[in-house]
Design a protein around this ligand. Structure first.
Ligand code: ADP
Ligand code: MG
Length: 400
């Protein structure tokens, strides 16, 4: 029997009613496959067993060490796993909660944003051989030294994909609170449509540009082994989005833009430098890398280095470059808005259309960058929603 990994997000396991839905899906899945379940912490920010609640609890005690913070952050998924395993057993399905460590997820030691190094799925295989459904606590693993680590926001998706790869799964299913991957975040664009079939590379771009419906690393992992990734709703019967690598050349003719994504909470940094042979440039980017500050929308010219960072990293930028005495200015409260589409490659006039859409909606473009699947613009955060809506409309994403 093939294996299917089913991942349920926080809102999908938050209530009895929803856990009943999950039970039903596990039961249905078991008719044809061995099922491995991966869960996130129950609920969202503000809920009693959500990860943020635990973080706040710890912060009340003082300024926590990263090591301790990861132990606390791993709790939400552990609770969730035990509750869902119990719920499944209650309805006659053999199930057991499994920690990230038990599931064999070995990571590096980057607390809070650890990378999976390898997966040793023997324990899971043992459970499956006994007809038990493992309910794995997502978002966490352990370093080879035995420290508990977490995988960063959205990390349960990565857990699911990594287990899918390690177990040679037939399919990785991501169950969430929307009916699939849509042309834009429906919270910003009510007219957004579900996309039934997408290519890994497009979804990877969308996720990297801020569409938090699935984690980019999960897409990358599934892509490496060509395992289909399906994003669908826990509640509804809709078929969701099937992500494979067969879509590109069949369906994309005539459609340039597939989706719009957005990322708030970024700041633009501009550093004035004396023109030199590149030594200073190297020094700037080397120091930022060492401080683990990730930079994006990078524009380098002889007199100026411009890029964006997450706003929380702005003080670090000033700190690590202080002794170089460059003039640094930053613009807070920015957002990156991107259009993504495999059909955009080599099509002229896309930028002109973006500029037109922004002019018509009165949004100022602060900076741009592009790759072959994506064009990103930086705008003020207050304009973000308008920009996303305008692009969605301008590129006719609400039509089939
Ligand atoms: P989960 O807890 O199930 O992992 P997330 O909150 O991480 O759920 O992701 C689902 C949310 O992603 C949706 O509620 C939606 O607001 C948001 N989202 C952002 N971009 C998109 C998109 N392009 N398509 C669908 N949902 C999106
Ligand atoms: Mg998520």
């Amino acid at each position: 029997m093939g294996i299917v990994v089913q991942k349920y997000g926080g809102t999908s396991v938050a209530t009895d009613e929803l856990r009943e839905k999950v039970t039903q899906r596990v039961r249905e899945g078991r008719a044809s496959h061995d099922i491995v379940v991966v869960v996130s912490a129950m609920g969202r920010k503000g809920d009693p067993y959500a990860t943020d609640t635990f973080i706040n609890l710890l912060r009340q005690a003082g300024n926590p060490e990263k090591h301790d913070l990861d132990i606390v952050m791993a709790c939400g998924e552990l609770i969730s796993a035990a509750i869902l395993a119990t719920t499944l057993r209650q309805s006659g399905i053999k199930a057991q909660a499994v920690t990230g460590w038990q599931a064999g997820i070995v990571t590096d030691s980057t607390f809070g944003d650890a990378r999976i190094i390898t997966v040793r799925p023997d324990y899971l295989r043992g459970l499956l051989a006994q007809g038990v459904v493992p309910v794995v606590a997502g978002f966490q693993g352990a370093s080879d030294g035995g420290d508990i680590t977490t995988l960063g926001r959205g990390g349960s998706d990565t857990t699911a994909a990594a287990l899918g790869v390690a177990l040679g799964a037939t399919c990785i299913e991501i169950y969430t609170d929307v009916e699939g991957i849509m042309t834009a975040d429906p919270r910003l664009v009510p007219a957004a449509r579900v996309l039934n079939a997408l290519d890994y590379s497009e979804v990877f771009q969308m996720a990297s540009q801020g569409a938090k419906v699935v984690h980019p690393r999960a897409v990358e992992l599934a892509m490496q082994r060509h395992i289909p990734l399906v994003v669908k709703s826990t509640m509804s019967e809709a078929s969701g989005t099937v992500i494979t690598n067969t879509v590109l050349y069949e369906n994309k003719l005539g459609k340039t833009v597939t989706a719009v994504a957005h990322l708030a909470g970024v700041s633009q940094v501009a550093i004035a430098t004396p023109a030199d042979d590149g030594t200073l440039e190297y020094e700037i980017f080397r120091r930022l890398a060492l401080a683990l500050v990730s930079v994006d929308l990078i524009n380098v010219s002889p007199e100026e280095k411009k890029f964006i960072v997450e706003s929380k990293d702005v003080p670090i930028v000033y700190e690590v470059l202080r002794d170089l005495s460059f003039r640094i200015v930053h613009k807070p409260d920015c957002a990156k808005v991107s259009i993504i589409g495999a059909g955009m490659r080599g099509v002229p006039g896309v930028m002109a259309n973006i500029v037109l859409a922004m002019r018509e909606s009165g949004v100022r473009i602060l900076q741009t960058s592009d790759s072959h699947l994506t064009i990103a613009i930086l705008v003020e955060e207050k304009d973000m929603e308008r920009a996303v809506q305008a692009l969605h409309q301008h590129f006719k994403l609400d039509h089939e």
